[in-house]
Every structure is written in C-alpha cells, then in structure tokens.
Design a protein. Structure first.
Length: 446
C-alpha cells in the first residue's frame, strides 16, 4: 500500500484517492510524524524546560510539511519562516507531553495496541500489514507507536484541562441549530457545483499566481452574493461550465477525491477557497444536501468517586481505598456524601460525584466500558482509567429519540469543540509563557 503521509493511516476508511487528498488537508501539528531518532552529536535547536529538540527532528518535520502545502496549493513560506513555524509546533507538542507527565496521564500498552489495531482496521489492514506498509515508506514502526501514544496523551490532556471546562448556553445552542443545522445532519448525498481556472501543462510561476488570484476573486464574488451558475458559464474552463458548473448528486462515498473534504464539511451554498490540482485551481460549491437526522442514542446518568495515584498513593492504595468505600456504600452509606469527602475529581465531587447525562463517546473508553456494563443502581468494582482509579454507579438510563433533542445535543457538542479550540490556543500560550523555552535557530543562520 502506497502512503504519502503517516496521516493517511489515522483517518476513517475512505477510497484511496479521497484518503490522499484529505490527508493533505488535515491539521498538521496534531498528526505529526514521530520524532526522528536523535544522533549523539545532533545539534540542539530548542531547549524546552529540561528537554531538547534537535535539528534532525526539525528537518524531518519540515520535509513532511512541504509536500502537504504543495498538494493544497498553499504558498510555502521562505525556509527561515517555515523552520520557525514548525519548531513552534514542536515546542508546543513537547510542553503538552511534559504537562501530561506531571499530571500522571499515561497510555498503557493495551490501550495503545487497541488504537493501533483500529488505525490498521480503518485502512483495511492487520497490525502486521500496517507495520509492513510503514516500513515500506521508510517510517519506523516503533516511532509510529510512540507518536500514536503521544497523540492519545495530548488528546487526554486537552480533554482534562480544556474541553471539560467549556460551558455552552442554551441560547448558543438555539442560534447554532438555526444557522448551522446542515452540519448536524448525517450526509448521504451531496449536490456539487464546480468552477475551474485552468493551467497549462507546465505553467510558469506567474501563470500559477494569476490563476490563483482569479479563482480567489471569483470565490469572493460568490460569497458576496453573485450567482455561481452565471460565473461558471462566464469564467469556468470545466467541462460542465455551460450547465452552470452543476456536477449533479453524489453518494458521499463516491464524491470525487478533489471534493471529498468540502462535501463533508461545507453547508448548503458554501464555496471552497481555490484548490490546486495539476489541471488548475478549482472552486467547489455544495449546492444541496440529503441526509438523516441523528439516530436515537442511549444516555446514562452516572456518578463516580476518583482516587488519583501519585508518588505517595500507589495503584494498590487507590484500589484498596475504593474497595473500602464501595463496601460502605453497599452497607448503606450515602454515595454522594462519600464522593464529596473522598473523590479527587473536584468538579463532580461538589455534586456528590454526579456526572449528569453522559452520551456515547463523552468519556474515555475504559470508563465507558465499565459504565455500559452496569445496570441502574449497580456499583462497579474499582477500575483504572487514564485519570486514576474509580468506582462508578449508574443511576438511570434513557433513550433520546426526539430529532430536535438529538440535534441540540449534537449542536452542544459541536459548540463545545469549537469553543475548546479557541480556549486551547490561550491554554497553549499560557503553557508556553510559564515554561523555559530557549530557541537556538540563530546558530544555524548563514
């Protein structure tokens, strides 16, 4: 299996051409390649607290990023600027790993192997085939494992320190459902329209720049309200120009690779920025959408008591304390009272350990598995998650079968993620401001 990038392996199964395009459009820094092996004399380009980033790591990341920028038709910064941007991403990644270590956030081998198995399965492979595919493309499997581990760790760290703190009001949900309902629907088919500003076979830099500017100007006119079909008839070099650029309806799995990402993310009537291909610059518009409203889901109301491990609290100590608390609850003591007194989850402890209504995917897999196995009223045995040791009680379950309610739940989740992304930037900046970071790129200037 040919792989352009390590990112090809970390996304849901899609036809190969779609995978290659969407890999190029994915966020680079969260899915970066594993750190290059450090040679004994490798030069240091940054000091991050008590850790270092070396030149070979930086060079590896730059080499990976350039083809992705080219595939998107993006302007590649000058080498100095590009190095500075990539190094900044590496610094932020290193700071998050250090912060997670301080909080005791780890990923055990079983969880890591499960994640790798899922990555392989999404790409139609077994683990051995995944390993062979990576090594065929000169990617170390051991490095890939550690990079995957780091991604899981940073995701859990952000969940703990950013996502959990985000609050969404009912008024915000109302506005989101009204203005962005399309994004909440599971898409089955999309109707697409297309404008092409063509390039000759071997274009000059000036020709590329002129075509990009023309496509960008058309995108701006469309967003200002001009009719897409009229502009397509007048300006497009595409084969369906005289039909107003209309490409017709596509099942989502059969969308051409060039339009795969827009077909999944744009709302009705939205148009992309210019997309570069060998034939020129393309504008893709989602003209219409067919899809299903969310299916009913099972929600669980649960409460828990968390004991975090530390240098003075071992796994055995945490498990033993929870066994004792469980025996007291079974014997008649009030769960909520004990949670307020003993739980290390300060957010839920104030509410007697109550987590509210939990939807599938809201908690880490280890917690969700234990929760799903319990009947209402039942109390779990002590179990471990990335956050520590828990006992858990399910108090109630319900089926959410009203489309409007389900759409509102999706809207709340989408808003939470959007707000978390904004909050994350401030959190990352604070993380950096509180750290010791010394950049040594100047030592490599000519």
């Amino acid at each position: 299996m040919a792989i352009k990038s390590i990112k090809d392996l970390r996304r849901p199964k899609a036809p190969p051409l779609i995978m290659l395009l969407t890999a190029c459009l994915a966020s680079s820094w969260m899915c970066s390649l594993a750190q290059a092996q450090i040679q004994p004399l490798d030069a240091i380009v940054a000091v991050v607290n008590d850790d270092v980033i070396v030149k070979s790591e930086l060079d590896s990341q730059v080499e990976l990023l350039i083809p992705e920028l080219q595939a998107r038709g993006a302007t590649i910064p000058d080498p100095t600027t590009l190095e500075e941007q990539v190094l900044d991403q590496l610094v932020l990644e290193r700071l998050q790993i250090q912060r997670a270590k301080t909080l005791g956030i780890e990923v055990d081998e079983a969880t890591l192997n499960e994640a790798l198995t899922n990555i392989a399965a999404r790409n139609g492979m077994g683990l051995m085939e995944l390993r062979e595919a990576l090594e065929t493309n000169d990617v170390s499997y051991d490095a890939f494992r550690e990079d995957t581990r780091n991604q899981i760790i940073t995701s859990r760290l952000q969940q703990e320190e950013v996502v959990k703190e985000v609050r969404v009001s009912e008024q915000e949900v109302d506005r989101f459902v009204e203005t962005e309902r399309d994004s909440l629907i599971t898409r089955n088919e999309v109707r697409l329209s297309h404008i092409l500003i063509a390039l000759p076979e071997n274009p000059s830099s000036a020709q590329v720049e002129q075509a990009r500017d023309e496509a960008q100007a058309l995108a701006g006119r469309i967003r200002q309200g001009e009719d897409f079909a009229s502009l397509a008839r007048a300006k497009s070099d595409g084969g369906r120009a005289q039909e107003g650029g209309d490409l017709g309806w596509f099942p989502l799995a059969e969308v051409p690779s060039l339009a795969a990402q827009p077909a999944q993310t744009l709302a009705r009537g939205e148009v992309t920025d210019p997309i570069r291909s060998p034939s020129g610059f393309h504008l893709i518009r989602v003209s219409d959408i067919k899809g299903d409203t969310p299916k009913p889901i099972t929600q669980t109301q649960a409460r828990h008591i968390l004991i975090r491990t530390s240098e003075v609290v071992s796994d055995q100590d945490a498990e033993r304390r929870l066994e004792q608390l469980r025996m007291r609850i079974v014997g008649g003591d009030d769960f909520a009272t004990l949670a307020r007194s003993h739980s290390d989850d300060t957010g839920s402890a104030l509410n007697g350990g109550d987590l509210g209504w939990v939807s599938p995917g809201d908690t880490v897999p280890a917690f969700e598995r234990e929760m799903d196995a319990l009947s209402p009223g039942e109390i779990s045995q002590p179990f471990e998650s990335p956050f520590g040791w828990h006992i858990l009680q399910v108090t109630e379950r319900r089926e959410q079968d009203t489309a409007d309610e389900l759409l509102r739940l999706r809207a709340k989740d989408a808003l939470r993620l959007r707000k978390a992304e904004e909050t994350k930037e401030l959190w990352l900046q604070r993380l950096r401001d509180e750290a010791y970071v010394e950049i040594r790129l100047d030592e490599f200037d000519d």
